[in-house]
Structure formats: C-alpha cells, structure tokens
Design a protein around this ligand. Structure first.
Ligand code: SIN
Length: 311
C-alpha cells in the first residue's frame, strides 16, 4: 500500500524551524515556536500542490518537551500511519531534544512507513534559514518508496532514530550518527541510501497508555564526584538512574558506591559513557549494567520504557 500512497502527513511541534526574530541577522535572540504548520509549508514553494495533510500537535521550544506531548505525538503519528493513503509522516521539531523524540517513536512504533523528523538551526526569519530545505528533504524522504522507520533529516543528511544526536550548538550541519554514520543523503529530492532502514520490534502504544512515566534521572561522573546527589534522588523517590561515566563507562568511586547502594535499594541503573561516541563494553565482573551504544538521553528513555513494561 505504501508504495502507491503519496500523501504525507506533516505534524508540527514548534522549535527554531518555527521561530522568529526581530532581525534577519539575529540567529540566537529569537523566539522558537511562533509559526504554525501552514506558514512553514508556505515557505517552500516546491511543496505547493503536493498531497499533504497537516496537524499542529504542539507549539513549543523542544527544551520544554514533556512526556504528555510525547504521548500525544506518538498517538497522532500512529493515527496517520494507519491511513492507507499516507505514504509517511514528517514531524517538525526543535533540534534540542529531537534525538529523544526520534528514539522514543522508533522504540514505540518501529513503523513500516517512514517517519521523518526535521528541524532548523536558524529561525524562519534568518538570512540563512535552513528550515525550508530541511522540510522539503523530509517530505521527499517520507515519500521514498520502501522507506521505513523513524529518521531525522537535516542539512541533507539522514540519520537513523537509533543513532542520531545533536553534536553542535550553532553550526547548520549540527547532527551526527556516531560510529554508525549517516543512513542516507537527500540530494535534489532524491534519496541516496547507504545502509538499512531503522528496524526493530515495536513496543506499542500500550506501553505508555497509563500515562505514568517513571522518574528517571541522568547523573554524570567527573572529578570530585560526590555521592550525595544520588542519595538525594533515591530519598526523593527516583525509579531509575542513568549514569554518564567517563571513557568506557567508568565511574568515580564515590559515585559508584552510591549507585550500587541505589541499585541494591531497588533503583534501576544503566551505565553509559559521556564520550560523544562509542559503546560501553562490559566485563562479566561489572556490577552496574551497560546501556551498550545508547547515549545517556536515549538510555533514560529506554529505562523509562523498561520500567513501564514492568522491568
Ligand atoms: C528547540 O529545540 O525547540 C529550539 C532550538 C532549535 O530548534 O534549534
């Protein structure tokens, strides 16, 4: 069905792509999430007349993303994917938590059609606005025959939801895929694929249906790390802790002792690296489980989903 369907659902959530500033040369003093989905599309003449359906699911700066918006977005994505005339879904999003939303949607839905997140590093009023091209590329990818899974496209580069991460705070080409490398490129509306589409078993929307997202925090190991932060979180009722360790997930001894005590008290712990790339390789003697190749932000989502599944 998806190979003959051509309509793309564009779901907007805000971000810099919908941001405006008082001056075209101001790329940092802008307000995110000002323009609605139709205004984003109007800025891309090449999309005029194409079969699109639109929905404004949220309007926020993605630093303020909430579990409630995630749940609403996941439900709307699933709704649109279930329509036979829909080829794929595009989500316009802020860059700051795009990688979290992408990972969550892939784990929940692992869709058989493409779901493409896109964003912009410059507001819609900027001299060098990147949103319109990114949106055009996202629609092309959402219509790509045979494409599946959750992805992100920015600056012409396609990243799998399982690997994508924001690497730069300002550059237009701000995203990467770590060791995995890009999934594809979009060039003049054509998709040049380098490796397999994102895959996996979907957990399903039932996993989040109760709306009770367990409290999971991220702590970091560093010189002079102290155990009190972990103890305070445990005393306050945290259900899970992700620790961003040094190098191969190693931990300051004071933090490690506090995390082992937390684990013994029933708090779930996952160990990541604070390095920008690379897995946490484990030995049989390791007492705090590794999150493998997951970044701390991904591991926090993974741990919440496991806890919601009764782990
Ligand atoms: C946001 O994440 O919503 C603001 C920053 C951005 O989109 O680049």
């Amino acid at each position: 069905m998806q190979d003959t369907a051509s309509t793309v659902a564009v779901l907007a959530t805000g971000g810099t792509i919908a941001g405006t500033a008082a001056s075209a040369t101001d790329n940092i003093g802008y307000s995110a999430a000002q323009l609605g989905v139709q205004a984003l599309l109007d800025a891309v003449p090449a999309l005029a007349g194409q079969p699109l359906v639109t929905e404004q699911v949220a309007q926020l700066d993605s630093k303020d993303m909430s579990h409630e918006v995630w749940a609403a977005l996941a439900q709307r994505v699933a709704h649109h994917l279930a329509q036979p005339d829909i080829a794929g879904v595009v989500i316009t999003h802020g860059t700051d938590t795009l990688e979290e939303t992408a990972y969550l949607l892939q784990r929940l839905l692992a869709p058989a059609k493409p779901v493409v997140l896109t964003a912009a590093m410059r507001p819609a009023t900027s001299l060098l606005r990147d949103g319109p091209q990114n949106l055009l590329d996202a629609v092309a990818l959402a219509r790509e025959s045979g494409a599946r899974g959750v992805m992100a496209v920015l600056a012409g580069t396609v990243h799998s939801a399982l690997d994508v991460r924001k690497l730069h705070s300002y550059r237009l080409d701000a995203f990467g895929s770590g060791d995995a490398g890009p999934l594809a490129y979009v060039e003049e509306g054509r998709v040049r694929r380098l490796r397999d589409w994102p895959a996996g078993e979907p957990l399903g929307l039932d996993r989040i249906a109760r709306g009770e997202w367990p409290w999971v925090e991220i702590v970091t190991s560093h010189a002079g790390a102290r155990p009190e932060a972990v103890r305070a979180l445990v005393a306050a009722g945290v259900r899970g802790l992700v620790v961003a360790g040094t190098g191969n997930g190693t931990l300051h001894h004071a933090l490690q002792d506090a995390l082992l005590a937390a684990q013994a008290a029933g708090v779930s712990v996952l160990r990541c690296t604070r390095c920008l790339a690379g897995p946490v390789l484990t030995t049989p003697a390791e007492r705090l489980p590794s999150a493998g190749t997951l970044t701390p932000a991904q591991a926090r989502i993974e741990l919440m989903l496991r806890l919601m599944g009764g782990a």
